[in-house]
Structures are given as C-alpha cells and as structure tokens.
Design a protein around this ligand. Structure first.
Ligand code: IMP
Ligand code: MG
Length: 338
C-alpha cells in the first residue's frame, strides 16, 4: 500500500504540476487522483519538449500507464475537461466521479463581476458560485448531465481507489491551489472557496486517512500570489524583474505578485498538512548557478544553506529540489533521507 498526497504550501503556483509529473514517472505510479477546487487551478507540465497548461487533468498524465481520476470534490467545467482530454489524449484512461459538481455559464458570469472579482480577485472560473450552489443543494452533478461525452467518463472514484489499494497499487493524490488560499486556514476572506489542505484533498477523492503514507508539501523558493490579499515580504515588481522573476497566472494571465520566502506561512502549512516531506521548486530562479545541476553536492553554497535552513526551521526533510522547468530537472534525495 502506498498513497502519496502532494499539496501546495503557499498561494498556489508552487510548481506542484511539475512535482507530480516527476513523481508519477519516477515512482511508476499506477493511479493519479486529482483533488482540489476545480478549474481555477492552472498547472503547467513541460515534458518531452511540449508544454501542457492544465486545469483539470492530473499532471501525472505523463505516466502513460497511470489510470487518471478526478474526485467528487473537484468542480468540472465540461468544455475545459473535454479540451484537455483531447490535447493529452487520455480519453481511455480517465474517470471522473459521478458526484463532481458542474460549472455552468452563469457561475462564471457571477464570478467575473462585483465583490468576487473586484474585492477578492478570483480567477473568474465560476468555482466560488458553483460551490455556494452546492451548499444550497441546487448544483447539477456530473451524473445529471445528458452529454454523452461526459457520461461515458463517469466512475466511482472512491471504489476504484480502494480496489487499487487492495491490489497494492502506487497511488498519488494531486492537490491544487495552496495552503494560504484555504477557506479555513488561509488569509480569509482573500481565499478560494474550499479548504486546500491534505485532509480535504483526501475527502475530495473519497479516501480515508489510514492509507496515506507520505504528504509532500511543495514550496517555491519565493512566494507568488495572484489576486488580492496579504503577501508578507512582498517586493516591488521592478525588484522581482531584477531577480529574473516575472510570472503570469496560467488561468488568468495576470501578473503574479512576488514576495521573499515566508517561513511563518511555511510552518503553518507543514503543521496543518501534516507534512512528511518537502519539495522545493524554482531554486534556479533564486540561485541561478543551481540551474540544471543533477547532484545536491554541486549546488551553490547559498542554495544549500537555504535548503538546510528550511529543514532546520520546518523540521521536515527536503527530499525534492527542482532546478529547472523540465520534468527531469529534479534532485531527488528521498533514498538518502528517508
Ligand atoms: P477563486 O478560487 O477563483 O475563487 O479565487 C480566489 C483566490 O484564489 C484568488 O486570489 C485567486 O487568484 C486564487 N487562486 C485560486 N486558484 C488558484 C491557483 O490555482 N493558483 C493561484 N491562485 C489561485
Ligand atoms: Mg498554477
């Protein structure tokens, strides 16, 4: 039995997509289940010279043997889903839970104006209004759709996962968003419409906690945030540019605000997710000489100091160090440290 959860420790965009893609290949994962809010997420996978910006399909799709699942907690925008299935070619190995909520045009319209858009700075993807409607018990679920293109994808995700566990399969749960955006533990009201920590991701896919072996919390070497809300250690855009850090949101195209690494936020993320491992990404942006190095010992001294400091303060081993955009650019310390 082996279930690994991957979660974001900041405000989303920690490069979880790359980490899950790497793990799915390296660990020969059999099943990848997407958890999290819905298509407000934007995950980018760069693999074999192609770039895949994904909002619903699990990034572990790069592992061709893996069965792909989308849990009941995840909201589905049918158009987004169908388009991504087409670009990734995963039609024959994906199942979505029949209880996934369906985003309709009116949810997107409501999310694109007024308080949500102006004060919170949502992604405008309709997730908040759809989740609100689910609480009102009026939301349409995937099984209510008459669209055959969707109904043939339906499955019982909790049952599929449970059968996988019984057969000893390697399972990965892919969270989305990040700790600081949690409706319960984030910077309320500047948050998303659901909790975004490991326990909720398990509920999203219908898996009990006793099966979980590892909780990998992903941090970027600095912090980025799109939309409104507090950002500790925020630096002016010009300073970020000097450091070579200019990022745009995958879903909205908005320029991301940038801050220096926030240890307090990271401590809370480790605490509430119950982290067993830490993955640190974009190390090459903070320490350009770290780019593409395939061995920890060859990293620049300052990069190693940063990583050691992280371990000292968070008391969790840093096991994965990402130092380039490609899936293969990853220093994997797991065997040494666990
Ligand atoms: P919503 O999730 O679209 O309702 O947006 C609420 C807040 O969460 C806004 O600040 C969004 O920019 C932010 N947000 C939601 N999903 C993501 C994500 O995947 N990455 C980064 N920010 C996100
Ligand atoms: Mg993103």
């Amino acid at each position: 039995m082996s279930v690994t959860i991957v979660t974001g420790g900041q405000f989303g965009d920690e490069a979880k997509g790359k980490v899950t893609a790497y793990l799915s290949l390296r660990d020969e994962v059999d099943m990848v289940a997407r958890a999290g809010v819905g298509p407000n997420a934007g995950h980018t996978v760069q693999y074999r010279g192609k770039r895949y910006p994904l909002r619903l399909i699990p990034c572990g799709f790069v592992q061709e043997r893996a069965q792909l699942l989308i849990g009941a907690g995840v909201l589905i925008n049918p158009e987004v889903l169908l388009r991504e299935i087409e670009i990734t070619g995963v039609e024959n190995r994906i199942k979505i839970d029949e209880r996934c909520g369906i985003i309709e045009r009116r949810h997107i319209e409501e999310d694109s104006k007024g308080f949500l858009k102006k004060e919170i700075g949502t992604t405008g993807s309709g997730c908040g209004p759809a989740n609100a409607e689910r609480v009102y018990r009026r939301l349409k679920l995937a099984k209510d759709l008459e669209d055959k293109r969707i109904s043939r994808l339906l499955g019982d995700v909790p049952l599929i996962l449970r059968e996988g566990i019984e057969k000893g399969k390697e399972i990965m749960v892919e969270g989305s968003q990040g700790f600081g955006l949690s409706l319960l533990y984030g910077t309320y009201p500047y948050v998303t419409s659901k909790d975004t920590t490991a326990s909720t991701f398990l509920a999203d896919v219908g898996l009990g906690p006793k099966f979980v072996e590892e909780v990998i919390v992903v941090f970027k070497s600095y912090v980025s945030r799109v939309g409104e809300g507090p950002l500790k250690n925020e630096i002016p855009p010009e300073r970020a540019e000097e450091m070579g850090i200019v990022e745009y949101g995958t879903v909205t195209g908005r320029r991301r605000r940038i801050g220096l690494f926030d240890f307090e936020l990271a401590e809370r993320a480790v605490l509430i997710n119950g982290a067993t491992q830490i993955a640190i990404t974009n190390v090459d942006k903070l320490f350009p000489d770290a780019a593409g190095k395939d061995d920890y010992d060859r990293l620049p001294r300052e990069a190693k100091r940063f990583i050691e400091d992280l371990e000292d303060r968070l008391k969790v081993p840093v096991t994965l160090i990402s130092n380039g955009p490609d899936v293969e650019q990853m220093i994997d310390l797991r065997r040494e440290k666990l």
